[in-house]
Design a protein around this ligand. Structure first.
Ligand SMILES: [Zn+2]
Ligand SMILES: [Zn+2]
Length: 405
């Protein structure tokens, strides 16, 4: 919970309550509802209330109406006794879940837009400080999210979907915006429900390109045979490596090389890349590269083509997952479900806005970088009393970037 004051939390809670009262029917109801474990955080307590289950949507809605959760989750797993302690639940299977969070991606913008706040002095400070220079209290970090963060997350979701559809042939998915900095993807195919942790780890290794062998791709020979080396038309990882390598050469993406071999080593390879790029024809000219460049290009291609998922989440067969179309207490946005085919068109900063834009709320903004929300743009501001649309004001209150005057 990042609210600056109790009054802030109470105000946000009032908006959440009103949202739920009007929108129960929009909430996602997971399949086999009575076999799922539910858990939630309230606005008041720091620990999660869990080991709950509901026999009908009405029962679930009743609980939400009564307690107004700050965050609400359900298990990806099905249990015989979802209310029992963990070791007595009787695990029956679990959907395969993926979490992509901009937080874990190497976006350069985090350094620019994240900051820290002293909730006592109500001032913003750089992330590098731990204690408030004025009062000595610990500072609270505010993680911002911008278009770059969201696009980076979308790109990872795109790659992940391609692995799941094209390489594994899965065809039943749910995709949702997390309501903050990323995306959730759930595979519902019957065939995966009973996979254990080790089997899920194998899927993860494939998706992340872990243990991929240059030798098996014919790239460690002294003289490269283009017939056995990865080609653009190949299926699976061979094709992915070839496409990513081709792209790196064609766009002279030196950053991709720097990332895997470091600055000084990349510098020594750049002249060679320039030469090889000139010879770029229909496919990757692996045979024209010296072993060092071939290895660097292979590693960079693997990094570029793999999907950067939160491995811990996917491997955990008891994991709780945010309820689709519920509100995320870190932002007040909806964890909006959308059609996986519409990933490219989905606009998180407008489609997930769930709280009113036509009602205003006055807040004291400690700091807010420039942001867009619900089709409106808000300028950067600091230490300023502002009247904002409720959805924007609540975003700032949830993040601890503003407080009620
Ligand atoms: Zn302070
Ligand atoms: Zn960003």
């Amino acid at each position: 919970m990042s609210f600056i004051s109790e009054a802030d939390a109470l105000t946000v809670k009032r908006f959440f309550k009103d949202f739920y009262r009007r929108n129960f029917s929009r909430l996602y109801i997971p399949s086999r509802l009575p076999e799922r474990e539910f858990g939630y955080f309230t606005f008041e307590k720091k620990i999660m209330i869990r080991h709950l289950s509901f026999n009908s949507p009405q029962e679930l809605w009743g609980k939400i109406a009564e307690d107004t959760p700050l965050h609400i989750y359900h298990s990806a797993a099905f249990y015989k006794y979802p209310r029992a302690p963990m070791d007595a639940k009787g695990w029956l299977g679990a959907e395969l879940i993926f979490d992509i969070d901009a937080d874990h991606l190497k976006t350069p913008c985090g350094k620019e837009h994240d900051f820290k706040v002293c909730r006592h002095c109500r001032r913003a400070y750089p992330v590098s400080l731990d204690l408030c220079p004025d009062c000595g209290q610990p500072l609270m970090k505010v993680e911002w999210v911008c278009d770059l963060c969201l696009e980076a997350a979308r790109e990872e979701a795109r790659k992940l979907l391609s692995f799941l559809e094209d390489d594994f042939g899965f065809n039943r998915f749910r995709t949702a915006f997390s309501g903050n900095r990323g995306y959730h993807l759930v595979v519902e195919d019957e065939s995966i429900l009973e996979l254990d942790q080790a089997e899920r780890k194998e899927l993860i290794d494939y998706i992340t390109g872990t243990g991929l062998s240059m030798r098996l791709m014919g790239l460690e020979e002294r003289v490269i045979d283009l017939e056995t080396a990865p080609k653009l038309e190949d299926r699976g990882w061979r094709g992915r490596i070839a496409k990513a390598a081709f792209e790196i050469l064609a766009s002279k993406n030196y950053d991709a090389l720097r990332e895997v071999v470091g600055d000084s080593m990349a510098q020594t390879l750049i002249d060679e890349v320039e030469e090889v790029s000139k010879a770029l024809g229909e496919d990757v000219p692996w045979n024209l590269m010296r072993p060092k460049l071939r290895k660097a290009l292979f590693e960079a291609a693997r990094e570029l083509a793999s999907a950067h998922i939160d491995v811990v989440v996917t491997q955990d067969i008891h994991r709780l997952l945010r309820l689709g179309n519920s509100l995320n207490g870190k932002t007040g946005f909806m964890a909006k479900l959308f059609d996986p085919n519409e990933l490219d068109e989905f606009e998180p900063m407008s489609e997930s806005v769930a709280l009113p834009m036509d009602e205003e709320l006055a807040v004291y903004v400690i700091r807010a970088p420039r942001f867009k929300l619900g089709g409106m743009e808000f300028e950067e501001c600091e230490n300023e009393l502002k009247k904002l649309p409720a959805a924007a004001a609540i975003l700032l209150l949830c993040k601890g970037a503003a407080t009620l005057p």
